[in-house]
Design a protein around this ligand. Structure first.
Ligand SMILES: Nc1ncnc2c1ncn2[C@@H]1O[C@H](COP(=O)(O)OP(=O)(O)OP(=O)(O)O)[C@@H](O)[C@H]1O
Ligand SMILES: [Mg+2]
Length: 268
């Protein structure tokens, strides 16, 4: 199970540069016991934002990467055989409900249908988690907060949240940071000089302009950080861009040639 409590006692909040009022909105939602839905393309900072906010609020964070096999039992818990005895083991959602923690369901649209059913009584004013297997009905401990994220870009028609699910969340849209934010983010994350980073970010924005025509998704801030880190660690600029900002975007030789033309236009 890909879930763990990611908050270290006394650790500083992970670096997150706000793009707008998202921190204030998240804090207001947390104070009002409202669940939050984050929408946005891959690698734009959603996970980092949640980690940052959890640390700022001083709440433990349980992150679950959802996939099409993820079931309600994976979140709630199950009986396991331990040394000849059957014992109940809480899943990450149940732990968060008991502890008053933040439970973050990443790519929630990927999860199986039975998962959304579980979320409903937790995300309205009841704030309860019925555990059928044990007969318990848990009332969420103060501090419990459900956060979910998904990428509206590559979701297909079958994989979308039902209105009855999505209308239980306060929702925020994320996008790639504007250059005046992305440059300092990449400098901070990679340690590369600002001059070079500025050009990488210019390239990233040119590549993002191809979304919808040649590319399914624009190049992520994550990939710009990768490229900058490889360059900082001594890789030649051209190779770093090729491996971190061209190859991950497409398998099509013609498309890649087009992307390289943009590189030449910026870096010569
Ligand atoms: N505003 C920001 N402040 C600090 N770092 C950022 C910011 N935006 C993006 N990043 C950087 O981008 C990287 C990718 O962000 P993150 O993992 O949060 O993306 P994501 O939106 O969760 O993507 P996915 O949908 O693929 O899970 C982070 O590791 C961080 O280096
Ligand atoms: Mg993420």
């Amino acid at each position: 199970m890909n879930a763990h409590n990611t908050m270290k006692e006394g650790a500083e909040a992970p670096f997150y540069l706000p793009q707008g009022d998202e921190c204030a909105i998240f804090e207001a939602a947390a104070a009002a016991d409202l669940p939050v839905l984050l929408k946005g393309p891959t690698g734009c900072g959603k996970t980092r934002f949640v980690a940052h906010m959890a640390a700022r609020l001083g709440r433990p964070l349980y992150t679950v990467a959802c996939h099409d096999d993820l079931s309600a039992a994976d979140l709630i818990g199950r009986y396991l055989l331990k040394g000849g005895e059957t014992v109940w083991v809480d899943g990450p959602l149940t732990r968060a409900v008991r502890e008053g923690a933040i439970c973050y369901l990443d790519e929630v649209v990927e999860a199986r249908k039975d998962v959304t059913v579980v979320l409903h009584p937790l995300t309205d004013d009841r704030r309860i988690l019925p555990i059928d297997r044990t007969g318990e009905e848990l009332e969420a401990t103060p501090g419990f907060m459900l956060v979910a994220s998904y990428n509206p870009g590559y979701q297909n028609i079958l994989k979308t949240l039902k209105p009855s699910t999505r209308q239980r969340f306060v929702a925020m849209e994320f996008d790639f940071p504007r250059p005046e934010h992305e440059v300092p983010v990449v400098v901070r994350e990679s340690g590369l000089s600002e001059d070079l980073v500025r050009n990488l970010v210019r390239l990233a924005n040119k590549l993002r302009g191809l979304k919808g025509q040649d590319l399914e998704e624009g190049v992520s801030t994550r990939l710009v950080v990768y490229a900058a880190t490889l360059i900082k660690n001594g890789m030649k600029l051209e190779r770093a861009i090729e491996t971190a900002m061209i190859e991950p975007l497409s398998d099509d030789a013609d498309v890649k040639r087009g992307l390289r033309d943009l590189v030449t236009a910026i870096f010569g």
